[in-house]
Ligand binder design. Structure first.
Ligand SMILES: [Zn+2]
Ligand SMILES: [Zn+2]
Length: 134
């Protein structure tokens, strides 16, 4: 599936080819802190088909406890997270942050991972009072 997207300030724009069947929610602690919210929501970029159309990305290199290195890329001006991948492992999950994708309303998560560190209320979301606007 071909998608395009942008960061919050608009400096970074991109196009990518994704696999909608590999769309996931990640409840790991790194995703909570890095996103500043409850969980990460990512989709796999197929065959590393991610193309920056404008702007530049800044990379934070994160080494996990298991030694796995991930490059977390974001807009240096507004901080919007764009993608995360492992450069020396072409077959590793290449996670494009779904929130920055223009077609995000068409994407649904297929699974949730790292559920052991999920925030306690997150699986009760449908029961929490819903408002349309403030
Ligand atoms: Zn930006
Ligand atoms: Zn995560």
């Amino acid at each position: 599936m071909h998608v395009d997207g942008h960061c919050l300030c608009g400096a970074v724009t991109y196009e990518a080819t994704i696999d909608p069947d590999r769309c996931a929610i990640c409840h790991c602690a790194d995703c909570q802190v890095n996103s500043g919210t409850a969980f990460g929501f990512v989709v796999h970029v197929q065959d590393r088909q991610f193309h920056l159309r404008s702007g530049a990305l800044k990379v934070f290199v994160k080494t996990a406890e298991n030694g796995r290195v991930r490059h977390l890329s974001f807009c240096p001006d507004c901080g919007t997270r764009i993608h995360a991948h492992t450069p020396d492992q072409p077959d590793a999950f290449f996670g494009l942050r779904v929130g920055s994708i223009r077609q995000r309303h068409l994407l649904r998560p297929k699974r949730q991972v790292w559920c052991q560190s999920a925030l306690p209320w997150v699986f009760e979301l449908p029961t929490i009072t819903k408002m349309v606007a403030q």
